[in-house]
Design a protein around this ligand. Structure first.
Ligand SMILES: [Zn+2]
Length: 84
């Protein structure tokens, strides 16, 4: 199978996607159940979207908001992903 050449990137916000990091693990205290459900739905939808992209032959790189702080590491990650 040839290497997929289509590689979209999509920034992900930590809070609303429930990233597994210090900032992403925070959730609003008010209406906790509502937000837990919402974040859970967001994560399920993201997983479904990534699966669908994969099925169509796309590779997706998810970039988390917290990764923007370390530009060198992010740069290296994007270059590796794009093979440049
Ligand atoms: Zn994070």
């Amino acid at each position: 199978m040839s290497k997929p050449s289509r590689r979209p990137t999509c920034p992900a916000r930590l809070i609303w996607r429930g990233h597994d990091c210090k900032r992403g693990a925070r959730a609003p205290k008010e209406n906790a159940d509502y937000w837990a459900n919402k974040i859970s739905r967001n994560r399920a939808r993201d997983a479904g979207a990534l699966d669908a992209l994969k099925t169509m032959g796309w590779e997706a790189l998810v970039i988390w908001e917290c990764q923007l702080k370390n530009r060198d590491a992010l740069d290296a990650q994007i270059r590796a992903f794009l093979g440049i």
